[in-house]
Design a protein around this ligand. Structure first.
Ligand code: PLP
Length: 436
């Protein structure tokens, strides 16, 4: 089987359903599965054999999605979850317990920030936020209780590519795995190729691609030596009382380097229950089939939109991974993003808050929503919405200014996208005197 993305998304993990011949993976809308015998049932529960038990823990439709996305990212196995937030929480909770800490980039999706800074704190897990412009900040924040590093490939609003290889290398020296949220850059970045140990996605965004379903996934790179760093990972190297004393690095060894992802499935998903519904798995499989095509179109349109806006008199500044003026950011974008710079474009209006609001209110085709990765073009004005609770200083630290607008550029015809942007920009200009 070819390993190229365009083929993986159509063929990996399923070939003609054995009972019906169905070409498309069927939606297995069932909670449970008949055991062949008491011995079979006992083997499944003891992990001596792999098979379906109950849809909270695994499902055949979801399994195809997991296998396909694992292959796409170049990992060994994956675990789908009910949302991207659940995927991120599980990815960390799997190896980070009360009293432990992890080091995270400050450039984060808002929901991830609140999960790390507030909810995980109440569980006794400390998130140490560091500036990713200097990778050494990760080393400086590491101690004996640091269990992982966390970052996004291409975090908005700054849209800087994260230095994956640099931070992964520091982590491997110290025995700390890097978890990368690759939601904004599927296809164009493969974090495992640069040394990441675990990848997470909100499948809600580009993978689903049509704004229909919320979901997430964790992919195990199978490339981190949990046994070598046994003192840092007792949860994978000591008997687990929640699973009749299983030692995860030993229990599933014959099946490959999948200790991390198996533990997440059979303990966290079992206990916390944030499973993806089979119907949503089907929707994500459908989206996945055109992901390579769509990413190409998103990247092409975004580059054209960025070039057009950069020449517009109402626009003060463009924030786009393909247009950084800073030499190091330019280098990182070239190293980590291949075949395009993603579909996200930020820009700053000269006339600030009022112009930002007017621009959004004047859009006709482009949707005003808090989402990214839809086939449709989407826009949001963070200062009056997602970031309105932050102080001006906090907004500035996150990269949001009064006139900042974020676009998730879709796959419509470029002329129609630009026409809508242009007419809204014209109306956004603040008149010298208000009419009323
Ligand atoms: C949307 C998003 C999430 C959260 O995913 P949900 O599916 O909405 O729970 C996490 N990280 C990034 C980068 C996102 O864009």
């Amino acid at each position: 089987m070819s390993k190229r993305p365009e083929t993986i998304v159509l063929h990996t993990g399923h070939r003609a359903d054995p009972t019906t011949g169905s070409v498309v993976p069927p939606i297995h809308q069932t909670t449970s599965y008949q055991f062949n015998s008491t011995e079979h049932a006992a083997n499944l529960f003891a992990l001596k054999e792999f098979g379906n038990v109950y849809t909270r823990i695994m499902n055949p439709t979801t399994a195809v999605l997991e296998e396909r996305i694992a292959a796409l990212e170049g990992g060994v196995a994956a675990l789908a979850t009910s949302s991207g937030q659940a995927a991120e929480f599980f990815a960390i909770q799997n190896i980070c317990h009360a009293g432990d800490n992890f080091v995270t980039s400050t450039d984060l999706y808002g929901g991830t920030w609140t999960l790390f800074a507030n909810t995980m704190k109440t569980m006794g897990i400390e998130a140490r936020f560091v500036d990713p412009s200097d990778p050494e900040n990760f080393r400086r924040a590491t101690d004996a209780r640091t269990r992982c590093y966390f970052a996004e490939t291409l975090a908005n609003p700054k849209l800087n590519a994260f230095p994956i290889a640099e931070v992964a290398k520091i982590g491997r020296e110290l025995g700390v795995p890097l978890i990368v949220d690759n939601t904004a850059a599927p296809i164009i970045c493969r974090p495992f190729d640069h040394g990441a140990a675990v990848v997470v996605h909100s499948t809600t965004k580009y993978i689903g691609g049509h704004g229909t379903s919320v979901g997430g996934i964790i992919i195990d790179g199978g490339n981190f030596d949990w046994e070598k760093h046994a003192e840092r990972f007792p949860m994978l190297n000591e008997p687990d009382p929640s699973y009749h004393g299983a030692i995860w690095t030993q229990a599933v060894k014959p099946l490959g380097p999948i200790a991390y992802i198996i533990k997440a499935r059979v303990t966290l998903l079992r206990d916390l229950g944030s499973a993806m519904s089979p119907f949503n798995a089907f929707m994500f499989l459908q989206g996945l089939e055109t992901l390579p095509l769509r990413m190409k179109a998103h990247c092409e349109n975004a580059a054209l939109v960025a070039a057009h806006l950069s020449k517009h008199p109402s626009v003060k500044r463009i924030i786009f991974a393909g247009m950084h003026s800073d030499a190091e950011q330019k280098r990182r974008a070239a190293v980590y993003l291949k075949g395009g710079y993603g579909g996200l474009v930020g820009f700053e209006l000269k006339d600030g808050m009022d112009a930002g609001r007017r621009f959004i209110d004047s859009l006709k085709m482009i949707y005003h929503v808090a989402n990214i990765g839809d086939a449709r073009t989407l826009a949001i004005h963070p200062a009056s919405t997602t970031h309105s609770q932050l102080s001006a200083a906090e907004q500035a630290r996150t990269g949001v200014t009064d006139g900042y607008v974020r676009l998730s550029v879709g796959i419509e015809h470029i002329d129609d996208i630009i026409a809508d942007l242009d007419q809204a920009l014209e109306r956004s200009a603040v008149p010298l005197k208000r009419a009323s």
